[in-house]
Design a protein around this ligand. Structure first.
Ligand code: SF4
Length: 212
């Protein structure tokens, strides 16, 4: 049985996340850096309650945005980045949209998105996968850890290197579910500090078996 089939048996059937508009996904992913989902969502909620439109966020003083998103951590860096991103989107497209990027080939879309401050390949991949349904695999901390432990990517591979390795070996239609299943397995079994290898259904196909 293939790795994906085992994961599907454990965590399927796959259900995609609700689709988020592109700018919203981009801001949310910037807010998610170095924090957990709960604090990311709290920061996003406070921000959008105080500043209901992206124009409001853009016009507000940076310090006010920093205060609004403080619960998510790295508030100064993220507030500066969010304002710059929104300003650049408005300048480039005349409104708050990323739709033109969805028309580009994936490599080009990643290149354009990663020109924004605080936007790396993982954040770009989140926008492309979750807003535009593109076949990419965002490499978050779980996907990065499991890919290396399983031996799909080299042990010392960076997140970006892991992204390109996975894009080369995972078929397009499996990429989104594979991302979701690896996260589930990372949370439930292949934990960061103490992987539960003894009860892992992937054990026989895992290169490290937790030893690294
Ligand atoms: S065998 Fe251990 S290291 Fe390998 S995937 Fe399972 S829990 Fe992770």
């Amino acid at each position: 049985m293939t790795l994906h089939k085992r994961l599907e048996k454990l965590y399927g059937p796959f259900k995609p996340f609700p689709i988020r508009e592109g700018v919203e996904e981009l801001v949310l992913t910037v807010l998610s850096q170095n924090t957990n989902d709960v604090n990311r969502d709290r920061a996003f909620r406070t921000l959008t309650e105080k500043y209901p439109t992206w124009d409001d966020v853009l016009k507000a003083p940076q310090k006010k945005i920093e205060d609004a998103i403080r619960v998510g951590g790295l508030a100064q860096t993220k507030s500066i980045a969010i304002k710059q991103i929104l300003g650049e989107i408005k300048d480039r497209y005349g409104k708050f949209t990323l739709e033109p990027i969805s028309e580009l080939p994936i490599d080009e879309a990643i290149e354009v998105l990663t020109r924004f401050p605080q936007v790396g390949v993982k954040t770009a991949a989140c926008v492309l996968a979750f807003s535009f349904g593109e076949p990419v695999i965002p490499v978050d901390t779980h996907v990065h850890r499991l890919s290396r432990r399983l031996g799909l990517a080299a042990r010392n591979a960076s997140r970006d290197q892991t992204f390109y390795v996975l894009m080369g070996i995972v078929p397009e239609k499996l990429r989104y579910p594979f991302h979701v299943f690896l996260i589930k397995h990372g949370r439930a079994v292949c934990k960061s500090q103490k992987p539960l290898c003894g009860e892992c259904a992937l054990r026989e196909m895992c290169e490290s078996k937790g030893e690294w």
